[in-house]
Design a protein around this ligand. Structure first.
Ligand code: ADP
Length: 179
């Protein structure tokens, strides 16, 4: 009798605000690609958080940065994460862990998501040491005050932050979305 072999694609969902995406996030995606066949970066459409970048802008930035990675899919979602995940073929929610302050909140979220959908697991990846203290929030605070965020976010993000905060853009950072 012939046995059918099913190939199950391993897909992870990496949800977050990504307002804006930093090298910390990018590092997690790149390392996840070593484990999963596909990573769906899911931008949370969360109006209460009053994001600096619109959902569409955040998606567009991420899509541009991963334009050469066909295994990275960029999407956005509204409402409950578990409802969104159920519509995909992912079984794993991926989260990054930075300094210890992340862990309590993440533990609550992971337990809650698991009780909402027992088929789902949350996988935590520890951040690389270089990005331990990088957060979108601090990046925005520093950029708003005119401080340098080079090396912590891609050049495209540095330029867009300067545009948002109406700060002068140095020549070398004058790159477009599609560069
Ligand atoms: P949220 O608003 O859901 O916290 P974020 O965009 O801040 O979303 O982060 C999304 C995920 O990426 C979270 O799991 C967060 O802990 C993780 N993350 C954020 N910054 C870093 C970083 N510098 N290194 C590793 N993981 C990070």
């Amino acid at each position: 009798m012939m046995r059918k072999e099913y190939f199950m694609e391993k897909v992870a969902i990496y949800p977050g605000s990504f307002d804006p995406i930093t090298y910390g996030h990018i590092d997690i995606v790149e390392r996840a690609l070593e484990i999963f066949d596909k990573v769906i970066v899911a931008v949370a459409h969360n109006a209460e958080k009053r994001p600096l970048f619109t959902t569409e802008e955040r998606r567009k930035i991420i899509r541009t940065l991963f334009r050469e990675s066909p295994n990275v899919i960029v999407d956005s979602f509204k409402g409950l994460l578990v409802d969104y995940v159920a519509k995909t073929n992912a079984r794993v929610i991926l989260r990054g862990l930075r300094a210890t302050s992340d862990s309590e909140y993440e533990f609550h979220m992971a337990s809650m998501n698991r009780s909402l959908n027992t088929h789902l697991d949350t996988l935590f990846m520890m951040t690389s040491k270089d990005y331990f203290f990088v957060s979108s929030r601090t990046i925005k605070e520093v950029a708003r005050l005119g401080g340098g965020v080079e090396g912590l976010v891609p050049d495209l993000v540095t330029r867009l932050l300067k545009e948002k905060f109406k700060l002068p853009i140095p020549k070398k950072n004058q790159i477009g979305w599609d560069d």
